[in-house]
Design a protein around this ligand. Structure first.
Ligand SMILES: Cc1ncc(COP(=O)(O)O)c(C=O)c1O
Length: 430
């Protein structure tokens, strides 16, 4: 038994499933999770001192590479003057100003500690602002684990717009609550039009991942986005862009800057905290001013705007703002995708790839999927074999076929060549 197995067994005694977030448990792919002992640049080392090239980068945040010296120094400096005050600091203003500069749709921003808090608070705010209860989300999009968002549509195509057929997608979510969430298929313009025609005036908010990363990587069509913006405007509903994953990852201005859409509210997390527990939601001043202490929508947090997390976030945003950062990251990620595709073709494995900025999708399918349903039809068994073959070669992919992958600026040519060499061997084995 290796040290990872020993730690996993020990962890399971005091931590449910041995992990503090379910996907870490390797349930879809099987096997023993790697317990990380340290990380640097594009690499991490496990409890057995085996080195892996990291292609999840903490599920997105570590865009400048692990333990970037400038970020480490900023964190150390901040920590020397204590870790939390529960009173405002100048750093929070600087971070808010920087976010508003980089994302012009965000006129005001409130900091929180996780993406879940950001989306949960944005929904409450949208409901408080509109005085309506109903929200629309899309199948396959994950927005954290607030009750209103752990909802699945009733089975059968005809029931998608009937929230009375909904079911909670987690134990503990009240049946009474799920009727306030409509779950529609991603990229389905007519479903959206139909729902707005019937009950648009009851819709408080539409929330979406503007480039989905929790059902592998799925791009929205321009028609889908423009219908969503038009319909929400027409009906006075709040459009919430959940950019927790895509913000500062697909481009400096997030997915909204690539799509030319101006959302009413935006949720941020991951990169904006540089790997620290830090997230935010922001948008139109008119809506944000409904938040306490100005308005009657309550939202608060002991550790919100934490000074150490703010220091990591500010330094990370400074680094990604340097000229050429996203051109380089995007180019390297595209090069990696080409390498994966060529390796699969050589081995005769049906395979497709896609990427936006430093976020990518690998699909065991002939074509890039465009909906959750299409993702579920990709070859999950082939993915599992590929995952383990890559792990044996020292490359750590997301341990689930339903997750996007992430690169960093530290994934240089030598690292990419090593990943592609590993992929060539791995495709031959599956
Ligand atoms: C798009 C999106 N929104 C929200 C969340 C929730 O963020 P957190 O895990 O920080 O609560 C995630 C997490 O992966 C996410 O990908």
């Amino acid at each position: 038994m290796g040290q990872n197995d020993i730690l996993f067994e020990r962890a399971q005694k005091t931590i449910p499933g041995g992990v503090n977030s379910p996907v870490r448990a390797f349930r879809q792919v099987g096997g023993t999770p790697r317990f990380v002992s340290k990380a640097n640049g594009p690499y991490f080392w496990d409890a057995e001192n085996t080195r892996y090239i990291d292609l999840i980068m903490s599920w997105g945040p570590m865009i400048v590479g692990h333990a970037h010296p400038e970020v480490v120094q900023a964190v150390q400096r901040a920590a020397e003057t204590s870790f939390s005050y529960g009173a405002p600091t100048e750093g929070e203003i600087e971070l808010a100003e920087r976010i508003c500069e980089l994302m012009p749709s965000v006129e005001q921003v409130r900091m929180v500690s996780s993406g879940t808090e950001a989306t949960m608070s944005a929904l409450r705010l949208a409901r408080g602002y509109t005085g309506r209860d109903l929200i629309i989300k899309f199948e396959g999009c994950y927005h954290g684990h607030a009750d209103s968002l752990l909802v699945k549509a009733g089975s059968g195509l005809l029931t998608f717009a009937d929230s009375t057929q909904n079911a909670p997608s987690s134990g503990g979510v009240p049946q009474d609550l799920v009727k306030h969430t409509l779950v529609l298929p991603y990229n389905d313009v007519s479903a959206l039009e139909e729902v707005f025609a019937k009950q648009g005036d009851q819709v408080a908010a539409v929330i979406l991942e503007p480039i989905a990363g929790n059902m592998n990587l799925i791009r929205p069509t321009p028609e889908f986005l423009s219908a969503m913006r038009t319909l929400t405007n027409q009906h006075g509903s709040v459009l919430i862009y959940d950019e927790v994953m895509t913000g500062f990852r697909v481009a400096l201005g997030g997915a909204q800057s690539l799509q030319g859409i101006v959302p009413d509210l935006t949720c941020l997390g991951k990169v904006m905290g540089g790997g620290m527990p830090m997230a935010a939601f922001g948008g139109k001043k008119e809506i944000m001013s409904k938040l306490a202490p100005l308005g009657n929508v309550y939202q608060a947090g002991t550790l919100s705007g934490n000074p150490v997390a703010v220091a990591a976030g500010l330094k990370t945003l400074e680094i990604v703002s340097r000229p050429g950062f996203y051109e380089c990251l995007t180019g390297q990620t595209e090069k990696l995708m080409m390498g994966f595709k060529q390796a699969a073709d050589k081995a005769g494995v049906p395979f497709a790839v896609d990427s936006v900025g430093g976020m990518f999708g690998l699909y065991f399918a002939n074509e890039i999927p465009n909906s959750f349903e299409a993702v579920t039809k990709t070859d999950i068994e082939a993915f599992k074999k590929f995952f383990h073959a890559m792990l044996d070669e020292g490359v750590y992919l997301a341990p689930s076929a339903y997750e996007a992958g992430f690169t960093s600026i530290a994934h240089d040519n030598a690292v990419l060549d090593a990943i592609i060499a590993a992929a060539e061997k791995s495709f031959q084995k599956i």
